[in-house]
Design a protein around this ligand. Structure first.
Ligand code: KG4
Ligand code: ZN
Length: 332
């Protein structure tokens, strides 16, 4: 039997479509809404209007690239939340109409669960249980994953997401949005112990990133008053120091979670999983602590429809379909 699913992801600013057949990704198309860079962040209304403009072209491209026709599809999957409501509505309305028109099942996928399983894309031997660290512009959480649909959040941010902290610190330094990749790049030429930033201690496995962002702003303002060229002269060291701080705020909690649950299988997902310092630190930790670390391929770290297609494949196998009146949700 050939099981082919079209998946659509519109939780934030990227319009994405992918086709999966028998558990293997056949196409994965992403249209980035670069206009947001000029505006310093994602503007929800612009994002949803842009999804409307791109949707048909992106879905068409995903089908053409996969070599499948719409008549070959067995189901249509889409991101049902969490995300920006207007953006989710564009994707879900398209998916519902497409599935209805083709008279095939509809699969509503949770975006965060899809990130948690994104390291399993195109793989068949998945080791459960594992801990999943999801780090993106909208989310920072640790989940205990016992099977694809038994996912328990055991720690999460109480305010900003870590990607947001990267982006806000980058903005303070005058870097473009999204700033995470710029901080990553500059850090490669910087000393990561040059500047130290205070921490807000949060109990258990929860996170908080709003305090570090504020102390970073005060630090930059104070030093810039003393020396107006402080940022331009020290940008690499500042980037490396704040990056180290943010990454270790994540790793500290991951150590705690691994100890608490006695699990050393660790999967990382979300846009910040692309960070090269985090990757190299985890590579070293995997040797010293006997952790098995699973990273998705780079293209599956940031928002993409391949992870939605992958998760939808598991749901299809369980006959976990949705009704046409399923309602998108913005927050967990
Ligand atoms: O998962 P994603 O594409 O979208 C959300 O669901 O938020 O994540 C985007 C986030 C942004 O905050 C961006 O700055 C961050 O991921 N990011 C990075 C890197 N690449 C993307 N942060 C640090 N280092 C990177 N290399
Ligand atoms: Zn995401």
């Amino acid at each position: 039997m050939c099981l082919t699913i079209l998946a659509i992801e519109t939780s934030c600013d990227d319009t994405c479509a992918a086709v999966i057949s028998n558990g293997i990704i056949k196409s994965n198309i992403i249209s980035s809404q670069i206009d947001h860079a000029k505006l310093g962040g994602v503007v929800p209304e612009i994002a949803s209007r842009s999804h409307q403009k791109s949707m048909i072209y992106i879905v068409d491209s995903a089908l053409i690239k996969s070599g499948y026709k719409k008549e070959d599809l067995d189901a249509v999957a889409f991101t049902n939340g969490p995300g920006l409501l207007g953006s989710l509505l564009v994707g879900s309305t398209f998916a519902k109409s497409f599935a209805y028109g083709l008279n095939i099942p509809l699969i509503a996928v949770n975006h965060i669960n899809a990130h948690s399983l994104s390291h399993t894309i195109n793989k068949s031997n998945i080791k459960y249980p594992f801990l999943s660290l999801i780090i993106s512009g909208g989310h920072t959480q640790i989940a205990l994953v016992k099977s694809y649909n038994k996912i328990k959040i055991v720690g999460e941010t109480r305010d900003d997401a870590v990607g947001e902290a990267f982006d806000k610190c980058a903005k303070i330094l005058g870097l473009d949005y999204p700033g995470g990749p710029f901080i990553d790049k500059l850090s490669k030429k910087g000393e990561d112990d040059k500047f130290l930033f205070p921490d807000t201690k949060i109990p258990e496995l929860d996170f908080s990133f709003s305090g570090i962002k504020t102390s970073f702003l005060y630090f930059i303002n104070k030093e810039s008053k003393k020396n107006k060229d402080f940022v331009s002269k020290n940008i690499n060291d500042i980037a490396a120091s704040i990056q180290k701080k943010l990454v270790y705020m994540l790793l500290e909690k991951l150590f705690k979670a691994s100890k608490k649950y006695g699990i050393s299988e660790i999967a990382i997902g979300g846009g910040v999983a692309a960070n090269s310092y985090l990757r190299s630190e985890l590579h070293n930790i995997s040797k010293t602590h006997n952790w098995n670390i699973y990273f998705p391929k780079m293209e599956y770290c940031t928002d993409n429809a391949a992870m939605i297609a992958n998760y939808a494949h598991y749901m299809f196998m369980d006959d976990d379909f949705s009704n046409i009146d399923v309602v998108p949700f913005s927050r967990i």
